[in-house]
Design a protein around this ligand. Structure first.
Ligand code: GAP
Length: 434
């Protein structure tokens, strides 16, 4: 099995990620997150929100609806431009994204294995639905293909209600939908996914400077959540690769087990979006500086990352196999902040369960901890290593007398004995320190 196969199996067996509606055969491009996946996503989103919103005084949050007035998607350019080129094989009837055909892919319906491809056609990636009781083009609406458009639609309200002035940013985390022609590579490219986006509104003259600052900030965040430096790189978009709204763009690429791919996009969108929405809605989107009386449409620097794709990067780089006391183990070396379970709380014997339950209850007020009393202590350590639990707290027969417990660290397997009363402070220090 290669790393991806092992990772997918672990995610399925341990409750990180399942195929959506699996009992009906699933649905390509849709995934469910199990108990551990849900915790991990929540930690990941919290780490992003903490850095991008809470630690700054120039960024605020938004939680907008998934469906907007369809005219917004005409104005944004998505109705006209949000296409991928699609081709079909006339023989095996498989459908491909024309720019992503694997040269090793063989046609199962032809003798020579060669596909007989149609000419590329443009395929719009927006998923549509209908609103209200009647169906037809007048009731058609779109599930947002990116979360950021509502940030532009609410820009003036947020600015005025928060008494903000550029430069400032609006951040949002939420679901996005794309009718991808070939969803693939597990949760890397899905049809339903979640984005964490920031739109930073600046005076035009300051935009390029902010673009560079945000690039630096975002790369540091990737390192802080535990992605290895050697698996991250910048990829600048050439003039032919820029999205329809972008003046300048860099991707943070990550080396996934299936190669280098975009993890996050940093875009300088100019005034494209606000100007488009001003024109289509007839509502002015400019800002007048009260001090200088200068009037301008703010320019936008965007940072945009998929929760699911980032989760895959974290899982893939954390997955490792090593040997402890001559025994093979699988270990997810996730950063403590991101790990779904922060500590396993383990009685050495079932007879000690009662005081350990009490300790677990106490720790639960602040951390996601798991009480685990079944199996040998070695087996329990392995189970926690496999799901990335950074610490195991073991209560043994001496604990009754000395009020101390043993803390085992996942990566080194080093153990230290500390006072029970210090466990919460110990975990807090280790987890919040990234
Ligand atoms: N608002 C800009 C925007 O949406 P994008 O480069 O199309 O830009 C940003 O998407 C990020 O969203 C990507 O870097 C990726 O992490 C994530 N993403 C995009 N499409 C995805 C998909 N089909 N499945 C999972 N994540 C996706």
């Amino acid at each position: 099995m290669d790393t991806m196969e092992k990772l997918v199996a672990l995610c399925l067996n341990r409750g990180f990620v399942y195929p959506s509606s699996d009992i009906y055969g699933g649905l390509a491009g849709f995934w469910d997150y199990g108990p551990l996946g849900t915790e991990m996503r929540s930690n990941l989103k919290a780490a992003w929100w903490q850095r991008v919103v809470r630690e700054r005084d120039d960024v605020v949050g938004l939680d907008s609806s998934i469906i907007a007035n369809p005219e917004a998607w005409v104005a944004s350019g998505h109705v006209e431009n949000f296409h991928d080129p699609m081709v079909d094989c006339r023989k095996c009837k498989h459908r491909f994204r024309a720019d992503q055909i694997d040269p090793n892919d063989r046609c199962q319906a032809s003798e020579d294995g060669q596909h007989d491809l149609t000419e590329p056609r443009q395929f719009n990636l927006m998923l549509s639905t209908s609103i209200g009781a009647s169906e037809g083009s007048s009731s058609r609406a779109y599930l947002r293909p990116e979360t950021c458009q509502s940030i532009f639609l609410d820009f003036k309200r947020v600015m005025q209600s928060g008494r903000l002035k550029p430069p400032f940013g609006i951040a949002q985390i939420g679901k996005a939908f794309r009718n991808e022609i070939t969803p693939r590579n597990f949760i890397f490219r899905s049809r339903e996914f979640e984005q964490m986006e920031l739109e930073f509104f600046t005076p035009p003259a300051e935009a390029v400077d902010w673009f560079e600052r945000w690039r630096e900030d975002r790369m540091q965040w990737h390192l802080d959540i535990g992605l290895p430096k050697e698996k991250l790189r910048w990829q600048e978009h050439g003039p032919d690769e820029l999205a329809h709204y972008a003046k300048l763009a860099y991707d943070v690429d990550f080396e996934f087990p299936f190669g280098w791919h975009e993890l996050e996009g940093i875009h300088y969108r100019g005034d494209y979006d606000l100007a488009q929405h001003a024109e289509h809605s007839g509502k002015d989107q400019s800002y007048t500086d009260p001090d200088t009386k200068e009037r301008y449409v703010p320019h936008v620097v965007e940072t945009s990352i998929g929760v699911d794709r980032c989760m895959l990067a974290l899982l893939a780089s954390a997955y490792s196999e090593d040997e402890v006391a001559n025994e093979k183990r699988v270990v997810l070396r996730l950063s403590p902040r991101i790990a779904p379970v922060k500590a396993g709380v383990l009685p050495l014997s079932k007879k000690l369960s009662e005081p350990v339950q009490r300790l677990a209850m106490e720790l639960r007020k602040r951390f996601n901890v798991a009480f685990d009393a079944t199996g040998s202590i070695g087996k329990r350590y392995r189970r926690h290593d496999e799901i990335g639990t950074p610490y195991c707290v073991t209560y043994d027969f001496d604990s009754e007398n000395d009020q101390k417990v043993t803390i085992r660290e996942r990566d080194t397997t080093d153990q230290e004995r500390i006072a029970q009363s210090q466990v919460a402070a110990y975990l807090s220090d280790k987890i919040l320190g990234y």
